[in-house]
Ligand binder design. Structure first.
Ligand SMILES: Cc1cc2nc3c(=O)[nH]c(=O)nc-3n(C[C@H](O)[C@H](O)[C@H](O)COP(=O)(O)OP(=O)(O)OC[C@H]3O[C@@H](n4cnc5c(N)ncnc54)[C@H](O)[C@@H]3O)c2cc1C
Length: 429
């Protein structure tokens, strides 16, 4: 604070500030008296504020990226954002919403990839046929669209969760930024899922888009090359995907340890469930997604079981077991994605009938079919690290039972989805 008490004097430098080249003000977080983490609105023309050299980047060339430099920058006390010492509340909550928005924006990119890739594939003739008629290209188109559908469903689902939660606030609370932020914070883990899942779905789609274009995918004459470069930053900013992966189980287990979530008793109950569970004896109803509904339910149990096994073994030391946390995050994230696509499709069947939801049903079937063996493998890898001897054998048998699944004919379903994309020359759902 300046001697007259009118200004905070800020010093420091922050790399990589998006649009610093043309921003007229910056939100800066700094410690007051070396302790109180505080937000400030800093205008570019304040004395002591400058920006450094423009970064030369791989992509996102439409944006400016520069360091912001504060050298005895004089910031009026009224420019404190919220309250001194409460900057973390703003920073973390901005990140929550930012992560969800990044995921949602990535879905737009994914849809663009499907559309542009199929247009090219329909026009490119090789061996006297459009390349879109080849099975391997069809698989790529279908996989891109299916992943996009799951990502889209994750984003809509979380938007619905926000809406529902914010709808419970009374009129006074609705006007309070702090109350809104507190409501959103409840979904911090889902925000991280949106960020990681959305950015990786996009990277998957841009990679296949490049591949479908062959040599032209690598040349800047076609947009695929730019999509490929522009997509890459999404796994890095808003908290890298590694940091967000740790936050997914970290947030959930942290709540459980504080007694806010009944996670550990629920995880322990799975041992009892497994004793009486016989996958072959399960009678499924005659509904279009009965098997997928059942497998999503079993996958949730698998996620709980694995989180419980790891939490029991390591306790608070689990934060140091990043390899385990990463796999638990992947399991939770994929279960959330499968369930999001499933719930959305069930709603569609309910509202519009099975025929109208035909391709969405196929998408959910294909995705669940791809994911169950993957989830089983991750779960077994965690168990193999955590347990030994008899416990290892018991837990592996438990995972195997939960993942017991009758594969479907995904080749035919993916061909049907691809044919729809090829006919429409667009994202098909
Ligand atoms: C184009 C661009 C624009 C940006 N815009 C902004 C902006 O507007 N505002 C802003 O504040 N920031 C911005 N950033 C910064 C961005 O958020 C960071 O670059 C990002 O969070 C990663 O931090 P880092 O670069 O220091 O990488 P590091 O922290 O050095 O990470 C390097 C690698 O190590 C991994 N790693 C780091 N710590 C751990 C750990 N504990 N456990 C496991 N792995 C770990 C990371 O995941 C990563 O893979 C921008 C960056 C870029 C490139």
């Amino acid at each position: 604070l300046s001697e007259d008490g009118k200004y905070y004097i800020l010093n420091g430098e922050k790399m990589f500030i998006t649009n610093a080249g043309w921003a007229s003000s910056f939100i800066v977080y700094a410690k007051v008296n070396g302790e109180d983490f505080t937000g400030f609105i800093v205008e570019k023309d304040f004395p002591g504020v400058s920006t450094g050299k423009e970064e030369k980047k791989m992509g996102a060339h439409g944006s400016s990226t520069r360091p912001v430099i504060l050298e005895d920058a004089k910031v009026p006390v009224e420019n404190v954002l919220f309250e001194v010492g409460k900057g973390h509340k703003i920073a973390f909550n901005i990140l929550n919403i930012g992560r969800w928005k990044l995921g949602a924006a990535s879905v737009g990119g994914c849809k663009g990839c499907v559309r542009e890739a199929v247009k090219y594939a329909n026009g490119r003739i090789q061996f006297k046929a459009p390349i879109s008629s080849f099975g391997m290209i069809k698989t790529k188109l279908a996989n891109m669209a299916v992943k996009t559908y799951m990502s889209d469903s994750v984003m809509y689902r979380l938007a619905g969760m926000f809406d529902n939660k914010l709808g419970t606030l009374d009129a006074e609370a609705k006007k309070s930024g702090a109350e809104n932020a507190k409501a959103i914070e409840e979904y911090a883990a889902e925000c991280s899922i949106s960020k990681v899942y959305g950015s990786e779905a996009l990277d998957y789609c841009v990679d296949e888009y490049v591949q479908i274009l062959g040599g032209y995918g690598f040349c800047s004459e076609y947009p695929a090359e730019r999509y490929y470069r522009d997509s890459r930053i999404n796994r890095i900013w808003e908290g890298t995907n590694e940091i967000n992966r740790m936050l997914i189980p970290g947030t959930i287990l942290g709540r459980a340890m504080k007694g806010k979530l009944n996670l550990l008793p629920a995880a322990q109950a799975i041992a009892g469930f497994l004793m009486g569970y016989s996958p072959l004896a399960v009678q499924l109803p005659d509904t279009p997604l009965a098997q997928q509904e059942h497998m999503v339910k079993m996958s949730k149990k698998m996620a709980l079981m694995i989180a419980g096994v790891a939490a029991q073994k390591f306790g608070t030391g689990l934060t140091k077991e990043q390899e385990v946390l990463g796999k638990i995050a992947d399991i939770i994230m994929e279960v959330f994605a499968m369930e999001s696509g499933l719930l959305r499709t069930l709603k569609m069947i309910n509202n519009q009938g099975e025929e109208k939801a035909k391709y969405q049903i196929a998408a959910v079937k294909c995705y669940v079919d791809d994911m169950i063996p993957q989830l089983e493998m991750w779960a077994k890898q965690v168990v193999a690290y955590v347990e030994k001897g008899d416990m290892l054998r018991t837990q592996l048998a438990g995972v195997k039972k939960l993942a017991r699944y009758q594969p479907i004919d995904a080749v035919t379903l993916k061909r049907e989805i691809a044919d729809r994309i090829i006919d429409l020359e667009a994202y098909p759902f």
